[in-house]
Design a protein around this ligand. Structure first.
Ligand SMILES: CC(C)(COP(=O)(O)OP(=O)(O)OC[C@H]1O[C@@H](n2cnc3c(N)ncnc32)[C@H](O)[C@@H]1OP(=O)(O)O)[C@@H](O)C(=O)NCCC(=O)NCCS
Length: 199
């Protein structure tokens, strides 16, 4: 199978959205509208299979979202059932990592149900609050926000970011990630109401 990764074109959008929303209907990812994809089209990559005539069959997609000037996110990663388990998803993530490096991000993260897939690609599991900009920019709109079963993974793209994390300073590169700043929100997030009749 000759798989190529390229930037998404507007002609890809209907098929992309159909694939993503098909998985979203099975609670595997969040849905996207054609308008939302169109607005961020330069940030989307697609995986296509090309036959000898050059005709393309869409296999997968993924987008790179800037959460802060330092932290990017792999979002809307999906591979059509016909292409899964053949390395296509890995190829999309590797290309998004390369795009993040080219755009000079120092970290790339994801929230995923497939943490082992990301670990195999050099990501490490972190506390969800290490990627707090993601939580406040998108997760709060998710119906699963208070019972989220996804795992946060991160990959350091610069030596400085890797060293800061190793020294226990994962937030130092990015003011938005400072623990103290987000502490009140974390408390609100973990708040469980006490019912008087349970006491
Ligand atoms: C998660 C998803 C993107 C992975 O895409 P994929 O193309 O199947 O991923 P890969 O083929 O690169 O890797 C999948 C597995 O196949 C294996 N694999 C990779 N290349 C292979 C090959 N050439 N032959 C056989 N197996 C291979 C990998 O070891 C990997 O195993 P792991 O998951 O235990 O790490 C895809 O399953 C998907 O779209 N799922 C539904 C939507 C979804 O969950 N999206 C959210 C993702 S965060």
């Amino acid at each position: 199978m000759a798989v190529a990764i390229r930037q998404a074109y507007s002609e890809d959008i209907p098929e992309l959205v159909e694939m993503i929303n098909g998985f979203a209907a099975r609670n595997l990812m969040l849905p996207r509208t054609p308008e939302a994809v169109m607005k961020t089209l330069p940030d989307w990559l697609v995986a296509v299979e090309r036959d000898e005539s050059g005709a393309e069959l869409l296999l997968g997609c993924g987008s790179l979202v800037a959460l802060t000037p330092e932290l990017a996110e792999v979002r809307s990663l999906a591979v059509h059932e016909r292409g899964q388990g053949k390395g296509v998803g890995s190829l999309v993530v590797e290309n998004l990592v390369a795009l993040a490096k080219a755009r000079e991000f120092s970290q790339i993260c994801a929230l995923t149900l497939r943490e082992e897939f990301f670990q195999r690609l050099g990501f490490e599991i972190v506390d969800r609050w290490s990627i707090s900009p993601k939580l406040w920019q998108e997760c709060i709109y998710c119906p699963k926000f208070h019972r989220c079963d996804e795992v946060a993974v991160i990959k350091h793209l610069t030596v400085r970011s890797r060293e800061e994390a190793a020294a226990g300073r994962p937030a130092a590169a990015n003011p938005l990630l400072k623990w103290q700043a987000w502490q009140p929100l974390k408390l609100a997030y973990s708040y469980k109401p006490i019912h008087l009749d349970e006491q």
